[in-house]
Design a protein around this ligand. Structure first.
Ligand code: DGL
Length: 271
């Protein structure tokens, strides 16, 4: 059993954005080893079809299972929205945590007027996955979803506090605010980086950062299954980062998401 506890947690995303989840996991569970896979060659997923995303996801999960992970974290909202089922089928009895389940629970716990806004990619919004997860737990809740496709490139450009981003956010938030929501789920890996800007635009909203809530869900699941690593290596936890491409500025953008230096990056080809 102890050998299993020392296995890494497998975290994956369509690209670099899932590093916000790795960052939250490093802070919440500093003894845990982590293997990350980001499909940087094929990002973005947020505009792709369900069939394509499912096929890519199966390749990623296969790779992480070969790396003997003890749990899987679906850091990408778009993958969780359309391929969550596929991940769970492949994982068998292994714990699988995803940003949509964790974010939906956190939103329901936070809302006072039962009206929740969700901002996400086109594919996530079209899948209705957040609304389904929220309604499963509380059929009375009202969910209003808004796709914000321009946010991903703006964040990758580093325009986290830029006039263009502010105007874009104002435009996207207008219909959401008109619905009277009191809670807003940041339903995409990239949006937590826009938290200060969004909060300034809508100071009364409770913002749900799915990276933080997912890290908490991982901690609880590992604890419940007696899988927490209680014997880390002498050098501390081990972090490995695999990507399918190392594009220009990868290091800079990656470090923005991770909040620290990004080492041990290796390129692997899955297709
Ligand atoms: N990781 C994706 C998500 O959380 C955003 C980037 C993409 O479209 O692939 O939905």
């Amino acid at each position: 059993m102890d050998a299993v506890k020392q296995r890494p947690i497998g975290v994956f995303d369509s690209g670099v954005g899932g590093l916000t989840n790795v960052r939250a996991l490093m802070e919440r569970l500093p003894m845990e080893n982590i293997v990350y896979f980001g499909d940087t060659a094929r990002v973005p997923y947020g505009v792709k079809s369900r069939a394509t995303i499912e096929a890519f996801t199966a390749q990623i999960v296969g790779f992480l299972l070969q790396n003997e992970v003890k749990a899987l974290v679906v850091a990408c909202n778009t993958i969780a929205a359309v391929a969550g089922q596929r991940v769970r089928q492949m994982a068998g009895n292994m714990p699988v945590l995803d940003v949509i389940s964790a974010g939906s629970r956190a939103a329901l716990a936070a809302t006072r007027n039962n009206s929740i806004g969700v901002i996400a990619t086109n594919t996530t919004v079209n899948s209705n996955a957040y609304a389904r997860a929220i309604h499963e737990a509380n059929p009375q809740a009202r969910v209003y979803s808004q796709a914000c496709p321009l946010f991903v490139p703006l964040v990758e450009e580093g325009w986290l506090d830029h006039e263009v981003t502010r105007l874009t956010a104002r435009e996207y938030l207008k219909p959401v605010l008109a619905e009277g929501v009191d809670t807003l789920v940041l339903g995409c890996t990239h949006y937590p980086l826009l938290k200060p800007l969004i909060q300034r635009e809508a100071p009364h909203l409770h913002l749900v950062d799915s990276a933080l809530t997912t890290a908490e869900a991982v901690a609880q699941a590992l604890q419940a299954q007696d899988l927490l690593n209680d014997a880390p290596g002498v050098c501390g936890a081990d972090y490995r980062f695999y990507v399918s491409d190392i594009p220009l500025r990868f290091q800079t953008i990656g470090e923005r998401f991770l909040g620290r230096t990004l080492n041990q990056i290796e390129m692997v080809s899955l297709g």
